[in-house]
Design a protein around this ligand. Structure first.
Ligand code: BEZ
Length: 398
């Protein structure tokens, strides 16, 4: 099939073909045989967030495996693309999924800058995108869309929820904030600062090392040390979280200056961080140790399939598959009417997730969910994020 010049034009094609009974994006084919459902996964399978992307792939694949590789009663053809955390690659791969593959729905994306870059393609193409990590605030605010959904968080959520807690439990002043210099880095520490200063806290300073290229945090740790802070609030993830947390300990700050932050800094990387992560306290909407039946079943199935522990990234992606499945059950598997499909996604109601039950806000399509404080402790033979507090349910303000 020839590729159309614009996303909007290209995406008229699945609808037309579906009406003729032969589309990937539609419902039943000729002779009543149900067409496969083409689903795109845009993932960072290389680069500093490769570990997150791999967990997201596993989470999605686990849900499919548990449901006979079907969503909404249709066999799934999963098309996985590596976007490497690069916005221009993200646009190229999203365009391929939309125009060439004509997927009915897509999911994934770790990095905020990539999600922002591909947003318009899905919005104008009227193809639902279920973001299963990237937290860019704008995507639930000024850039929200009928066709954009998130099963993860906005960058504001886990960090705003930690501001008051750090003020009450860690330090009333002298907190130094550090995060990589890109949109998510700034949004994460800004949300913390907003709540911490509102509580009455005073910051000792902040610094933003270059994103995805910094390997030696020594100059930044030196700057932090000179500010003589009472605590450090750090957002990093994936490979960067391993490097930063290890170098924080090697630099000698670990024993004198408590390290706190959003949970990403110590999520899915504890084995690589080792004892350098011990004692880190963080806020997040998940820990593998959550004591609910859905999580227990999920953790056991995940371990059995992948011989490793799931993470928040696995859960968010598992729930993206679940969201699509629930919506397609409402439309009897049909996606050809793109508006109706989007409306079904927006109205699935409560989702029974390993993180606990949550729902998508009707306006922002962003999770309304509970947040927890975790602390890295010795658990069995290794390390784990043990829940030490409840931060309550929080929705992005929109
Ligand atoms: C982000 O870019 O939005 C992001 C990346 C890793 C963890 C959390 C957020």
């Amino acid at each position: 099939m020839r590729l159309a010049a614009t996303a909007g034009a290209a995406l008229a094609l699945p609808q037309l073909a579906a009406a003729c009974g032969s589309s990937d994006g539609g419902g039943s084919g000729s002779g009543g045989v149900r067409d496969e459902l083409k689903v795109g996964l845009l993932l960072e399978l290389s680069g500093v967030y490769a570990v997150n992307g791999q967990d997201m792939r596993s989470g999605f694949e686990l849900y499919l495996a548990e449901h006979g590789v079907q969503l909404g009663g249709r066999k799934v053809n999963l098309i996985v693309e590596d976007i490497g955390g690069d916005p221009s690659v993200g646009v190229q791969k999203a365009t391929k999924l939309l125009r060439q593959e004509e997927v009915a729905v897509a999911s994934g994306i770790v990095t905020s800058s990539v999600a922002l870059a591909v947003r318009d393609l899905f919005d104008t193409g009227k193809v639902p995108l279920i973001i299963s990590n990237a937290g860019a605030n704008a995507l639930t605010r000024e850039k929200k869309s009928k066709y954009l959904f998130r099963t993860s968080f906005s960058n504001w959520q886990p960090n705003y929820s930690m501001g008051q807690w750090v003020y009450d439990n860690v330090a009333k002043d002298g907190v130094f904030a550090v995060s990589p210099d890109y949109v998510a880095g700034h949004e994460q520490t800004d949300a913390f600062k907003q709540a911490y200063t509102k509580a009455g806290g005073k910051l000792a300073g902040e610094v933003h090392p270059p994103f995805a290229t910094t390997q030696d945090y020594q100059p930044f740790l030196s700057q932090i040390g000179k500010a003589n802070p009472k605590a450090v609030y750090a957002f990093f993830s994936g490979g960067e979280a391993v490097t930063f947390v290890k170098q924080y300990a090697e630099f000698g700050l670990k024993d004198s200056v408590p390290l706190v932050g959003p949970g990403f800094t110590v999520e899915g990387v504890l084995k690589a961080q080792g004892d350098a992560a011990l004692g880190v306290r963080s806020g997040l909407h998940y820990t593998i140790l959550l004591d609910n039946p859905t999580n227990k079943r999920f953790v056991s199935a995940y371990r059995q399939k992948f011989s490793k522990d799931p993470t928040v990234f696995s859960v968010q992606s598992y729930d993206a598959a679940q969201l699509i499945d629930l919506a397609l059950k409402k439309t009897s598997g049909e996606t050809a009417n793109q508006e109706a499909f989007a409306e079904a996604l927006a109205s699935v109601g409560e989702i029974d997730s390993p993180r606990g039950k949550f729902r998508l806000d009707a306006t922002t399509h962003n999770p309304v969910q509970s947040f927890y404080v975790r602390e890295v402790k010795k658990v069995g033979d290794g390390l784990g994020n043990v829940k030490i507090g409840d931060l309550g349910e929080l929705a992005d303000p929109g």
